[in-house]
Design a protein around this ligand. Structure first.
Ligand code: PAD
Ligand code: ZN
Length: 360
């Protein structure tokens, strides 16, 4: 089958090949024909080494499709079912899944399936991003890594729920817990940031200010519910307009640079919450004075997969979309074929797109 393979970390382009195979499914596995997959910044971050993964590797972790085959022990899905892929599948039995009620933090299955390397090219084992690898016509994952959805739901927008939408909306609702009537600033107007803006709107925020260095993104932010959208150098003026100039109640950082993480922390008022969604490099540092946590009593929180319990929250996202509270279709601003994936990667680098969808 066809798949886009990353040969080396640091490569600027992917190798689109026709001769990739899957291993045979084990009893707990599901084979999925991927129909749609998004292009998330995290894919780019694997290419440039920000997110460490082994190579050769098939990228893509935001996808949906149709179940083609299931192992003997699979009970939750059958061939023909429509599903969304899960890049951090909860095992359902560990301390994170049960005792800590944080199934998004369960890595038992994810690490296992990453090590398994379910793709082959000739004799070479090929790994996959987070064990999912949706930039391939087919993938194979344990049943916990798919969530069945109604067949009436369009698979292109369903794919977005698999990462960007769940991450951004979930950061606002589950992690930061944005309160009605509050003020929010969102840094970065990509697929994740647009989802965070929409999540803040669903939560009933009174003011939603978006910040992006790309001028074209400011109009995009407004169209998804930002009450104001500014360039980074205009943020101080926008901040002066809310909470008597004290700062925002919440900041959602959806870029992944140390400077914007620090700027997000500075943008919140005393006692406010700064939620870091963006992913930076392991060796990069963000610094805080040893005094300021005491003095400003700000909350600093990370957000992994929007704090999602995927079996519950994917359906919440889809219901919000169905009832017009989330605009998922409007987020797709470019459609590609897998052969054109390298154009998609280039477009993402310029920051001009919200979400590109690859149709397989
Ligand atoms: P994207 O590239 O589509 O959007 C990023 C946006 O930020 C673009 O509009 C840029 O113009 C803008 N931008 C970049 N640098 C700056 C800057 N210095 N100042 C202002 N604006 C800037 O990315 P995305 O929306 O796909 O992903 C955003 C981040 O979220 C990225 O770091 C990704 O890895 C991370 C992510 N986190 C999770 C998670 O679970 N926490 C999941 C998925 C993605
Ligand atoms: Zn992603």
């Amino acid at each position: 089958m066809r798949a886009a393979v990353l040969r080396n970390v640091g490569d600027k382009t992917l190798d689109v090949c026709d001769d990739v195979d899957l291993i045979d499914p084990e009893p707990n596995d599901v084979v999925v024909d991927i129909t749609h997959t998004g292009v998330c910044h995290s894919d780019l971050s694997v290419m440039n080494g920000t997110i460490p993964q082994t190579v050769p590797l098939i990228l893509g972790h935001e996808g949906a499709g149709v179940v083609a085959e299931v192992g003997d022990a699979v009970t939750s899905v059958s061939p023909g079912d429509h599903v969304i892929a899960v890049w951090s599948p909860p095992c359902g039995t560990c301390v994170y899944c049960l005792r800590h009620k944080s199934p998004n933090l369960c890595v038992d299955l994810q690490f296992g399936i990453m090590l398994r390397r379910q793709f082959r090219q000739g004799d070479v084992e090929v790994a996959s991003m987070c064990g999912v690898g949706t930039w391939a016509e087919r993938t194979l994952v344990p049943e916990q890594a798919v969530v069945r959805i109604d067949a009436s739901i369009p698979l292109d927008t369903a794919a977005l729920v698999g990462c960007g939408v769940m991450t951004g909306v979930g950061a606002a609702l589950n992690t930061a817990k944005v309160a009605p009537g509050s003020s929010v600033v969102v840094f970065g107007v990509g697929g994740v940031g647009v989802s965070a803006i929409q999540g803040a709107r669903v939560a009933g925020a009174a003011e939603i200010v978006a910040v992006d260095r790309n001028l074209a993104k400011l109009a995009v932010a407004r169209s998804f519910g930002a009450t104001e959208a500014v360039l980074p150098e205009e943020l101080d003026a926008a901040k002066a307009e809310v909470n008597d100039g004290q700062g925002f109640d919440y900041a959602l950082e959806c870029i992944g640079h140390p400077a914007t993480m620090r700027a997000a922390f500075d943008a919140v008022r005393r006692g406010g919450t700064c939620c870091i969604v963006g992913v930076g490099r392991m060796e990069e540092q963000v610094s805080f004075s040893a005094f300021e946590f005491f003095f400003a009593e700000k909350n600093l929180v990370g957000s992994y997969y929007g704090g999602a319990d995927v079996r519950v929250d994917f359906h919440r996202m889809l219901r919000l979309a169905e009832t017009g509270r989330l605009d998922l279709a409007g987020m797709i601003d470019r459609r590609l074929r897998l052969e054109d994936i390298n154009d998609g990667i280039e477009a993402l680098q310029t920051g001009d797109v919200v979400r590109q969808i690859v149709e397989l």
